[in-house]
Design a protein around this ligand. Sequence first.
Ligand code: ADP
Ligand code: MG
Length: 667
Amino acid sequence: MVRDNEITCVRGVGEKTAVLFRKAGISTVDDLLHHYPRGYVSYPEVIPLGEAEEGDRVSVLLRIVTQTEVRKGRRYTITSLSASDGTASCRMVWFNAPYLRSKFRKGETYVFSGILRIKGNFRVMEMPEVFTHLQYQKKRETLQPIYSLTAGLTNHMVEKTVRQALSELGDYPESLPEDALRDYGFMPLAEAIRAVHTPKEKEELGRAMSRLAFDEFLQFLLDVRAAGAEAAGELNSHPVSKEALTRLTGFLAGQPFSLTEGQKRAVDDIAQDMASPHVMNRLIQGDVGSGKTMVAMAAVYLALSSGYQAAFMVPTEVLAEQHFREISEKLRPYKFETALLTGAVSAAEKRRIREGLSSGEIRLVIGTHALLEDPVQFQNLGLVITDEQHRFGVKQREKLSAKGAGIHTLLMSATPIPRTLAMILYADMHISEIRELPKGRKRIKNCVVDTSYRPTAWNFIRKEVMAGHQAYVICPMVEESDRVEGEDVISYADELSGTFGENIRVDFLHGRMKEEEKNRIMRSFAAREIDVLVSTTVIEVGINNPNATVMMIENAERFGLAQLHQLRGRVGRGDAQSYCIFISGKKSAANQERLKVLEESNDGFEIATKDLMLRGPGEFYGIRQSGELDFRIADIYSFEKELKLAQECMLKYGDRLVSKHEGKPVL
Ligand code: ADP
Ligand code: MG
């Protein structure tokens, strides 16, 4: 068997199973082996029995206080005994395991591990696993992989198939030159791939992840290099006119606010780039709410006033519509024709837009991936802007710039990355940072509370709405199943609406709704026809409604901190005091501490870093899951060192390494 084989080549995978794997994006053996676990579970620390709650999965160290009893039930033989640790006692029950009778003696101590059931004063564990104290210490070192799944695919199936593939495949070919491997002391690739799926202990997993993260960074840098090699030094065939530069001052003066220092600097950088002999390649980095859209608008104005067309690409349709509304409004006095192109527009409208773009009549198009479709041709495209750029791959971004020669590129990102790392990741880019938020913004007031606070929170929302403001309530998906996602939001909205009565208009939004429906809701929310919007995280990126002052997040413990920070960024976008209420279903100390970070900080980078420290290596990779840059393992916060090494390696061994996506294998 080889890596490129179809997954059906793995023993035990029939066509039916293969369909399930394909749905998860896995069609070859190689895909499977690179489907890394999204996290690991390990056996918990031993705790006093008295502290454990009903339904908890616990491990307890108990002394056996009764004889082992074996009795014949109707369907099973039942073996049971009682054990205690002084804080409480518990009945242990096993079915069809009479041989256990001779295993246990009164007075012996063991670690019992399983799910605790409590009824009144009576505690019971069914089918607990049993270890000696020493065995348990060892067991705690092992990690069980948890994979992200799609409907029909179980964790066990993935685990089993991966093990089978690993055993059939033999060694995975090494991707690094031998001297590089030696230089950096990395685990060989074959070993790393095995270890990430079947780690023996945490230390080994750490080394495997380090190696795989390094590879991902290296691959990314090679991709960028391959792409950048053409772009660098490309001549500027769309220079902005002197006139346009002069008129920009008037355009900016006509805005309802004056730019912050950071915005001014970014606009200056852009103006200089676009007037220079070389084409612009610039990244604007600024935390949520720092006003990046206005900066992009200045670039659009420059391009259009100089007689060129511009394209503005965003990751979601909802965001595309919002930008379209805002930007076409601002450009109205200048009579530039603008269009919105998403997957949701009708075929006739699409045709009209395509014609308009190729004739040059339409000057600005705002849209989603739909912009990348081949038939979209421009008459004279001079500027491409990508918002929330981390949602797009390097290849996708380029495809748009390839629709003409010498096109200026502007990327915008809210991903908090320190400058040194950004310079490595965006080696082909110049970077402008916007560090401050617009003047007059009040710091968002936060609180972390449990579910008993819900009625108070709802009351608070009612008051804010009565004062003319709006609110968001976020419900997480229970599972990665879309059906459930919609239901949660709908029933929550129903309940809320019942509580609030007719004077407060509640509506809902979730990922499964039709695009038109989503857009209609967002339009109504922006027009203040909806007071409270109950939503899943579809509103996470980019959404801007400065009149919204409350963000209430249910089950906040289920989100990564970086994601919570993004969600919180939806409020505090206007002058009014804003509030963020994190409702946490779980009281555990670790969880409280994690959420406290949000209470204490509004700085995206600080939050991301602390989140990782609190989770510790080998735990769920939270931040990466929230969609920051497109890596599987390599998040820049925990693998900063690997990123730096990848850059070093590329410089040192670069001529022997080739981007995979160029069709040639990496050495
Ligand atoms: P982000 O950087 O997250 O994309 P936006 O561009 O959506 O932020 O801007 C957030 C809000 O701040 C918008 O309502 C925008 O109109 C407003 N805004 C932008 N720049 C300024 C400024 N200089 N002064 C006041 N408000 C501003
Ligand atoms: Mg934005």
